[in-house]
Ligand binder design. Structure first.
Ligand code: PEP
Ligand code: MN
Length: 262
């Protein structure tokens, strides 16, 4: 039995329908400032930005690196919310902890590798920072589950899953096939765990972010992580799937959340 601390009890003011927003990649202090200002007045509760970008093939933008960690303070000041970055190596964990990042996340290309996950866990020993774990690229629930077990073994109890879809060479509609039964199954395997949906990486196209978000809510997932950029077409990574802060507000307003009816 795993020991899980509910997202509402992480001490960060996050709700049961947490909205995480921010750019795929941190590009400059000005970009972070513009996006954070745009998000003001939206229900965003946690600001995301990739600082180290795991690219499938070499040659594309690989992130600004540790320098960008300082820029996150700009978003914190403007929005008064905690911030989260992706970590894939022990050096990332050390730098993020030192910079006061509030929440870490493990990306899909890292969850597939138990050696990497274990190294991250060793670097996290003795801390109680919340860690969100994206599903592995491939539809293997055991790998996803294993990452949570490894985290729990080093004492990390503040954990949540992120459903970002699964790679499938025959999939046409989505960038990553949702396979909704898998995150639902994970929620059954780890009682009490929140699983947040990342419609951006499932969709791969901004036109269907709203529809995928609504599906996630209908399936009972616990929140949304949506890539947001002030000028999506010019984004340095994942340009096609990012939406503006204004579009995010419109989409969020249109979502229908389940009411608790007894
Ligand atoms: C990201 O969140 O920008 C990212 C790289 O995601 P994933 O690990 O889901 O591909
Ligand atoms: Mn991205």
């Amino acid at each position: 039995m795993m020991n899980i601390i509910d997202i509402k009890d992480w001490g960060l003011g996050l709700s049961e329908h947490v909205l995480i927003a921010g750019p795929c990649s941190a590009e400059s202090p000005q970009q972070i400032e513009t996006i954070a200002k745009g998000l003001k007045g939206s229900p965003v509760e946690l600001f995301r930005a990739g600082v180290w970008k795991p690219r499938t093939r070499p040659g594309s933008f690989e992130g600004v690196g540790a320098e960008a960690l300082e820029w996150l303070q700009i978003a914190k000041d403007i929005l008064n919310v905690p911030v989260t970055v992706e970590v894939a190596k022990t050096e990332h964990v050390d730098a993020a902890l030192k910079a006061g990042v509030d929440v870490l996340w493990i990306g899909a290309r890292t969850t597939v590798n138990p050696f990497s996950v274990q190294e991250i866990c060793e670097a996290l020993k003795g801390t109680d920072i919340p860690v969100m774990v994206k599903n592995p690229i491939n539809p293997d629930l055991q790998l996803w589950l294993g990452a949570f077990e490894r985290l729990n073994k080093v004492g990390i109890k503040k954990v949540a899953g992120i459903h970002r879809g699964f790679s499938d060479p025959y999939e046409k509609r989505y960038r990553n096939k949702p396979e909704w039964s898998l995150p639902i199954h994970l929620k059954r395997m780890i009682p009490g765990i929140s699983v947040i949906c990342d419609p951006s990486h499932i969709a791969g196209a901004r036109e269907i972010i709203g529809a995928v978000s609504q599906r996630a809510i209908n399936f009972g997932l616990d929140g949304l992580m949506i890539e947001t950029h002030h000028d999506p077409d010019k984004a340095w990574s994942d340009a096609k799937q990012q939406i503006t802060p204004d579009t995010l507000k419109i989409i969020y307003e249109s979502l229908i959340f389940r009411k608790n009816v007894d």
